[in-house]
Write a protein that binds this ligand. Structure first.
Ligand SMILES: [Zn+2]
Ligand SMILES: [Zn+2]
Length: 221
């Protein structure tokens, strides 16, 4: 609650229910949820913090602030991922019927499927170092700039990058033959001693593929 109050007081993201004329939502005495196409691009999504583009579907959750009731907005898709119970309630109340015009909304099932897919992507996300076959011919070796051909092995190594006061690991694509050189760079997060074991652990390869990867990398000594 503290956080919400802070938002209302300081960042002017709370939009009045009606921006132009009186809406049905206004007449209905501000229902707890409102699903509509954004009438402006002024509001920021409370889930992803990005601006909600005009005419994008958004979910408004009514809160009562010091200046009266108002909606905090989320992209409908963001809300489905982070606040599924709220989205479900909004759908049960058919929260789009207060909007002018009434938007076409995706089914609750398809929204929840998006959420499941996003969770699965997060769960199967790999962390460097790992080996994979290049899914396209669009990546290139960070070491030399040479294109990594589609279907050939590429090694994804971690590189430490400073963001302000934080150090984060960012993945970089490297041709197997150039792994040895990149390992010697001071910002590389792998060492020749642990590379093979961590690639095996992180990549989910068959033993034949793992052997092929090690052969392509060659000797690290
Ligand atoms: Zn969002
Ligand atoms: Zn290279």
């Amino acid at each position: 609650m503290n956080k919400e109050r802070h938002d209302i007081n300081h960042d002017h993201e709370l939009e009045p229910v009606a921006e132009s004329s009186t809406t049905k939502a206004e007449e209905a005495g501000k229902p707890p949820y409102l699903i509509e196409e954004a009438r402006s691009a002024r509001a920021r999504c409370k889930t992803c913090r990005k601006k909600i583009a005009k005419q994008t579907l958004r979910l408004g959750i009514l809160i009562v602030g010091p200046f009266g009731p108002g909606y905090l907005w989320h992209h409908l898709k963001c809300a489905a991922g982070r606040l599924p119970e709220r989205v479900q309630e909004a759908y049960e109340q058919e929260a789009w019927r207060w909007a002018t015009p009434i938007p076409k909304v995706p089914s609750l099932e398809s929204l929840m499927k998006l959420k499941a897919q996003a969770e699965e992507r997060r769960a199967t996300r790999k962390f460097p170092p790992y080996a994979e076959r290049a899914p396209s011919g669009r990546s290139s070796c960070k070491h030399c700039g040479q294109t990594i051909e589609k279907g050939t092995w590429r090694i994804v190594l971690g590189r430490e990058v400073e963001f302000g006061s934080q150090v984060r690991t960012t993945p970089i694509n490297v041709l197997p033959a150039h792994v040895k050189e990149v390992l010697q760079e001071p910002d590389c997060t792998s060492t020749s001693g642990d590379l093979a074991a961590t690639i095996e652990k992180n990549s989910g390869l068959t033993s034949a593929d793992f052997t092929a990867v090690l052969t392509a990398i060659g000797s690290l000594d």
